[in-house]
Design a protein around this ligand. Structure first.
Ligand SMILES: Nc1ncnc2c1ncn2[C@@H]1O[C@H](COP(=O)(O)OP(=O)(O)OP(=O)(O)O)[C@@H](O)[C@H]1O
Ligand SMILES: [Mg+2]
Length: 739
């Protein structure tokens, strides 16, 4: 550690000081002694203060120095050389100290690791012996001990890693730029401010925060949004770096302080120290430059994650600098091989799992293949594996904590979407969303654009944009959920979030349990595995895609086209084409990942899974006609099923007591006709749709008999009335099946 007491032999962690320079005398003051009375005289002798108790004076002035000390009765010892530690800068000293700690601790930690490994090996041997003896109790006991050793080993290894990180930080600090005037790191490494003294003793330094380095200046691709790259370590030695937008210094600074404190930086609470921190951030001018981007995902040929960038930096380093208070945590766990063998291979024979995983490889392709955003929704009974399927898809990207809940406001979901740009946004359980706003959220997620909002001063804030695929699930579909709030979904909303029945007819979400006893066991196993292995697959996918970008884009486009041609019939509605394109993209993304050797699936497996899912989606939708027209026919038929007897007066009946009458019913030659008043047609039968479109669809479907090619309504004279009125004439086909 740093020498702290006077009159001690100058040494560094017990090692003798090494004489290196001989051109100065080091004065070590005795405890309690002060140079205050001779400060000016010392300066006159070329004296230089290093620490509270240490001074140096050129060796040539040795005699007058001794005389001075004697005359003022100052107790001090003189050493006629410096050791290298004394000739170091403050940062160099800190780095040296930390390295020393790390080295010595690491040695003992490594010994600890070695011992634990030996002990674990001995325990394993013992377990084998007990197993042979069929000593079950002994086996259990030794297994328990082995588990304890393994836990100890893990925590020791983590400690080594943390110490290495800390040492790395200090090494970097050694080469960092000089600090602005008045700021320095004290012996403990804290950032302090040293105010100028009035010629007497220096005032006490003001503590600002724990160690905080400013390592580079940042700006975006348009040379806007300037910022600084901050680096610091938290109490556990984890290193954090954060590209801080400079605009956060414009106000009170509360936002940046909140972020730094959340990340583990210890910040002084006084106003003076806070202002000093802002001044420090403003005044540091490091030479290094970093290009910052405000969004995750593709930037040129690089793919940016919050803490890493995939692809090689050609000109300068690229980092994410976002205003979002919380960015998704895309870290990885386990190796790609682990992920493949434990998760991806279990999807084989499971159409929904294969499809969930294939969806996850789709989002980075949207940009290159010019495909619109969109989502899929697993709909089915409770406790059948829907959420599990979503977690499995999410494992391609990162930890389960990336999965978001529908239980958020529309604004919060938009804000989240903008932090998943070019990524997969998994939203769990649609029933938790607000049925009144969920339709609009589905639109905005797919349109990739947040609401325009005004900021506090009335200026328009920058809209947020995103490109992504989203994967939702729930017991109900989007339209049924919206109905709870009395809202009717539009065909446009339903095409944006494609509703796929999750039941396979075998084990809930699953078809093949890979040797597990039940769907429940398989689901529980998968959920555990998704917490153990994640994040590696997408990184490898992105690297391989970058290497073979043009071939991959051609591959995807060709596969989508093939999928669409195979499954979309010639007269199908435009919505089917859009949906098939999205299913085709998922099929192609899964095949591409397999061709890169990431999934371990046989060729064609992803396409087969997408085909199964497309067909069940189409069946549930009611075929390949226009969704809106299917909905119109359903609504009209439902109206007549509900009100066909009660709200129509019988033709010719004089004494009529029909409540809320909407027309007349005429039965002639066993054929029923309904004459509907235009007002009822518009406000009730066509509710939520354009009435003239409803009339057109009904005529085409044979539900309305038009009067002539030009007139859709019939002039009729109702018995008992003098004048004629115009009515729509509905045939008895309206009483057929709803769909
Ligand atoms: N196919 C299945 N068969 C039987 N039990 C299952 C099946 N899938 C999941 N489970 C059980 O249900 C639990 C919840 O699983 P999961 O969250 O995937 O279900 P879910 O379909 O999303 O249900 P919910 O609609 O209630 O959210 C699991 O922990 C498991 O015990
Ligand atoms: Mg669920």
């Amino acid at each position: 550690m740093t020498p702290s007491l006077p009159n001690e032999a100058i040494s560094h962690e017990g090692k003798p000081a090494v004489s290196q320079t001989h051109n100065a005398i080091k004065i070590v003051l005795a405890k309690g002694a002060s140079t205050r009375p001779i400060k000016k005289d010392l300066k006159a002798l070329g004296g230089h203060k290093f620490e509270t108790y240490f001074y140096s004076v050129p060796i040539a002035n040795e005699t007058p120095l001794k005389a001075l000390l004697a005359s003022k009765k100052i107790k001090a010892s003189l050493h006629d050389h410096f050791d290298p530690y004394f000739s170091m800068t403050q940062n160099q000293k800190l780095a040296a100290d930390e390295r020393q700690i790390v080295d010595s601790k690491e040695d003992s930690l490594q010994f600890g690791v070695r011992d634990l490994i030996l002990e674990a090996a001995a325990l394993e041997k013992e377990i084998k012996v007990r197993e042979l003896k069929q000593d079950d109790q002994g086996v259990t006991e030794f297994r328990k001990k082995l588990e304890e050793k393994k836990t100890q080993l893990k925590s020791l290894q983590e400690e080594i890693e943390q110490r290495r990180n800390k040492a790395r930080l200090f090494d970097e600090m050694e080469s960092s730029d000089p600090l602005p005037a008045g700021f320095k790191f004290d012996k403990a490494g804290n950032l302090v401010y040293q105010e100028e003294g009035n010629g007497e003793e220096d005032p006490l330094p003001i503590f600002i925060c724990s160690r905080l380095e400013i390592v580079a200046c940042t700006r975006d691709e348009n040379n806007q949004n300037h910022g600084k790259l901050l680096k610091f370590s938290d109490v556990d030695g984890h290193i954090h770096d954060w590209p801080m937008p400079m605009r956060l210094l414009a106000g009170s600074g509360i936002e940046y302080r909140e972020f730094l404190m959340d990340s583990g930086l210890n910040i002084a609470s006084g106003t003076k120290a806070r202002n000093l921190l802002s001044r420090y951030l403003q005044a540091c001018k490091p030479e290094a430059r970093v290009r910052c981007v405000s969004k995750l995902g593709w930037h040129g040929e690089l793919f940016v994650f919050p803490k890493e960038t995939i692809g090689s930096h050609q000109k300068e380093e690229i980092r994410l600098q976002s205003d979002a208070p919380i960015l998704p945590d895309f870290h990885t766990k386990g190796s790609l091989e682990d992920w493949r063998s434990h998760i991806a291979l279990k999807a084989i024979g499971n159409s929904r799992l294969l499809f969930s995983l294939s969806i996850a490889f789709g989002p980075p392709l949207l940009h290159w293949c010019e495909i619109e955003n969109g989502g899929f929704h697993w709909r089915g009974k409770s406790s059948r594996g829907k959420s599990t399927g979503s977690f499995v898809g999410n494992s391609v990207w990162g930890p389960p904590s990336l999965v978001q809940s529908w239980r958020s406001t529309a604004n919060a979901i938009e804000a989240t979407a903008s932090t998943f740009n070019d990524g997969l946004l998994v939203l769990d359980e649609i029933s938790l969303s607000d049925p009144a706003t969920v339709g609009a959220t589905a639109y905005s997620l797919s349109n990739g654009m947040g609401k325009g909002r005004a900021e506090c001063r009335g200026y328009l804030r920058k809209r947020s944009f995103w490109r992504l695929l989203f994967l939702s699930n729930g017991e109900v579909s989007l339209p049924s959920h919206m109905l709870e709030a009395g809202r009717k979904s539009r065909a446009g909303q339903e095409i944006r979030i494609l509703d796929i029945p999750s039941e396979t007819g075998m084990h809930g979400f699953f078809e093949n349990l890979h040797g597990m006893g039940s769907g429940k066991e398989f689901a529980d196993l998968l959920k555990n595995l998704c917490s153990a292995y994640y994040g590696t697959a997408i990184r490898e996918f992105l690297r391989r895609f970058q290497e073979k970008r043009s071939e991959s884009v051609l591959f995807i486009k060709e596969r989508i086209q093939r999928f669409v041609q195979k499954f979309v019939v010639a007269n199908a509605d435009g919505q089917i084409f859009r949906a098939a394109t999205r299913f085709g993209l998922v099929a192609a993304a899964g095949e591409l990942a397999s061709s890169f050797g990431i999934t371990g699936w046989p060729e064609g497996a992803a396409t087969d899974a997408a085909t199964v899912c497309f067909n069940v989606w189409l069946d549930a939708r009611g075929g390949s006609g226009s969704k809106e027209e299917l909905d119109i026919v359903t609504q009209v038929k439902r109206f007549f099923a509900l009100h066909g007897s009660s709200r129509f007066s019988n033709w010719g009946e004089q004494d009529d007591k029909t409540v809320n009458r909407c027309g007349f019913k005429k039965i002639e030659m066993e054929e029923t006709e309904f004459f509907v008043f235009p007002a009822a047609f518009k406000s009730e039968i066509s509710s939520g749709f354009d009435p003239s479109h409803v009339a057109e669809v009904c005529i085409r479907e044979g539900l309305i008999k038009p009067y002539s090619q030009r007139d859709k309504t019939h002039p009729i004279r109702i018995p008992g009335m003098k004048s004629t009125i115009r009515c729509y004439l509905f045939t008895e086909h309206v009483l057929g099946d709803e769909r």
